[in-house]
Design a protein around this ligand. Sequence first.
Ligand code: PGA
Length: 261
Amino acid sequence: MFKAPFLVANWKMNYGIKQAVQVTADIVVGLRGMRRKGQLVLCPSYPALLSVKQTIGDESISLGAQDLSGQDRGAFTGEVAPWMIKEAGAEYVIIGHSERKKYFSETNESINNKVKNALKEGLTPIICVGETFEERQENQKDHVVLRQVQNALDGVKVSPINPIIIAYEPVWVIGTGQAIEPSDAEYMHTLIRQVLIDLYPLVVVDHHTAILYGGSVDENNVDEFCDKEHIQGFLVGSASLHSQQFLKIIEKVCKESSAQS
Ligand code: PGA
């Protein structure tokens, strides 16, 4: 069963091995003595995966990759297979981030293929969905996001050994420092949950799926999102790069969740 809240740090292409290890070590120290709930996942670049895993040691922090190949093995120059990510110690993998759609031509089809490939290897996919500013302006956001979820999960069986995470990230607020209104995010999360309920039994949705919000989450705005019933965690980019800032977010998310339980 999933342990919400989830807090996922997406370090994108910002840190090599040395910096990723340093930030991880600072987070490990900062977490000592902190009473926290849920699941913390650090997603460094591929070359840093193993070193970050070693730095985490026995602490209850998980490792995730930022992408993976839709292939298994063989002549695919530059690709990284799910089993390689697993071998480095990762349990999670971000799939279909908007930057991969924008710069690397990811499609709904390739995302669906990657989701299946991740699950086959026992990696939990963190599937990114979200509308662009133009789609929102044209009143298409509900339709666009629902289709993205449906396409990503086409033919995907979710179960206790194959859980999935959806991250709702409105593309137009990523990296801007300006998150959307928490009530707006909650509305989208409720819609996404409904799609999941249409696809899977309620008990599966309740225990083996989670829906996160991402897009300019920081230590100043995270509390307002924590109040929302269907927001089960966060995918954090910029504000996860600095350990002290990220630790403040961890503290708030955990505190908020204990207060609710
Ligand atoms: P941000 O990035 O927190 O910097 O907006 C989030 C993401 O891209 O996943």
